[in-house]
Design a binder for this molecule. Structure first.
Ligand SMILES: Nc1ncnc2c1ncn2[C@@H]1O[C@H](COP(=O)(O)OP(=O)(O)O)[C@@H](O)[C@H]1O
Ligand SMILES: [Mg+2]
Length: 389
């Protein structure tokens, strides 16, 4: 039979192009997984939602569209179960995304890096199908087989082409089982390989000419793709393919408060799994990280008085989350457990200065004209001077 999958080798980025994974058995999940899949990490919330959800569910959906939206946005169920918000942002965006999945159009999540495209895609698949692992990671080298199917060559040589020798892609499995498939970074995939998706999304069928057969998608199948609009641009999607998708743009957080809220929530969740100190003591420091990121990103100070040059990096919410998480780890292991300026300074510098020449100039200017002038930022100024030297 098929090679068994080692319990620890659950690497979603591999499953897209790994023909060795026949898909016949799902990888075993261990409680010790460093990063459990959404459907495992939030199994209790999903079960509570399923139990109390009395609205109609589309074919093969685990939850009604309303319950899927509640899972993403958070809320309190009639029995008091608290559903934590996964996505913090406009409710309408989530409603449109969920609704799209219940139609015959696929969903394209578009946005700059770090706007939670991958995160939302994973949680949508977990809530709708109970499985977020039917994933193809798009790269410049993604072959057609990663989207259609491959062959187990030992069996192909021994017995000739047969369904037994065929290795289904995650997309093929999703079609056959009426599940949600995910394609990450769609626009990085070469155009001719992308076009494989046209037949799948328009005809809802995947021909297997070698066998004179086809796999027809059953109800419940749909696909979520993510794409970066900073990459080579979504123009790379052929118009034929683009028409198969409903596009939902995930925005950067509108206000500083919203961004602080996202960062502190996520840092709290990540920190708990790493046994890091609690966030509330460090909330002022989080505000400062977010302020620095937003000012540099927007090219203007919060008070609107000083124009700034923007560095080459994206300075996304996701990067703010990682700067703060690293800062908390520093505070826990080498400080007094409270997040301070010195714990985030190096992380901020690393995020801002991507290009050693140009970005360093931008940073120095910001440091000397903005940071230095703020009376309550003296500690931060000193910490930044220390790491910038
Ligand atoms: N609006 C948001 N709500 C919740 N989490 C967010 C938000 N924006 C960013 N994040 C967090 O940022 C991190 C990175 O997001 P990710 O999905 O990898 O970004 P993308 O795929 O858009 O580049 C995730 O941990 C996610 O929780
Ligand atoms: Mg992503």
């Amino acid at each position: 039979m098929s090679a068994s999958v080692e319990p620890t080798s659950v690497d979603p980025s591999q499953s897209g192009s790994a023909p060795a994974n026949t898909g016949a058995t799902r990888p075993t999940r261990t409680a010790e997984a460093l990063r459990p899949h959404a459907e495992d990490a939030y199994a209790a919330e999903l079960a509570a939602l399923a139990a109390q959800d009395d609205r109609p569910r589309p074919a093969r959906w685990r939850l009604s569209p309303w319950a899927v939206a509640t899972y993403l946005l958070g809320g309190t169920l009639p029995d008091g179960t608290v559903i934590t918000p996964k996505y913090v942002g406009p409710r309408r965006i989530v409603e449109v995304a969920v609704t799209t999945l219940a139609t015959d159009r696929a969903l394209l999540l578009l946005g700059v890096p770090g706007t939670a495209k991958t995160w939302v895609s994973e949680h949508l698949a977990a809530a709708v199908s109970g499985d977020s692992t039917l994933l193809v990671q798009g790269t410049a080298g993604t072959p057609e087989e990663a989207i259609r199917y491959g062959w187990n060559y030992a069996r192909l040589l021994a017995h000739g082409p047969s369904r037994d020798a065929l290795v289904p892609s995650p997309v093929m499995r999703a079609m056959a089982e009426g599940m949600t498939a995910r394609v990450e970074e769609l626009t990085r995939i070469p155009a001719d390989v992308q076009d494989t998706l046209i037949t799948i999304l328009s005809e809802k069928t995947l021909p297997i000419p070698e066998l004179g057969q086809e796999v027809q998608a059953v109800r419940g199948f749909n696909l979520i793709a993510t794409a970066n609009d900073r990459d080579r641009g979504v123009n790379d999607l052929s118009s034929a393919l683009r028409r198969r998708f409903n596009t939902v743009v995930l925005p950067l957080p509108e206000t500083p408060e919203a961004e602080v809220d996202i960062v502190s929530r996520r840092v709290d969740q990540i920190g708990r799994s790493l046994d890091l100190p609690a966030v509330p003591d460090g909330i002022d420091e989080i505000r400062r990280v977010v302020t620095v990121f937003r000012e540099l990103r927007d090219g203007i100070t919060t008070d609107g008085r000083t124009k700034l040059k923007s560095p080459s990096g994206t300075l996304s919410t996701a990067e703010a989350i990682s700067v703060v998480t690293n800062g908390l780890a520093l505070a826990a292991h080498f400080g007094d457990g409270v997040l301070r300026a010195g714990d985030v300074a190096a992380g901020i510098l690393g995020a801002v200065v991507r290009d050693p020449a140009a970005d360093r100039v931008v940073w120095q200017e910001y440091l000397e004209t903005v940071v230095r002038e703020r009376d309550d930022w003296k500690d931060f100024y000193r910490a930044c001077r220390e790491v910038s030297a």
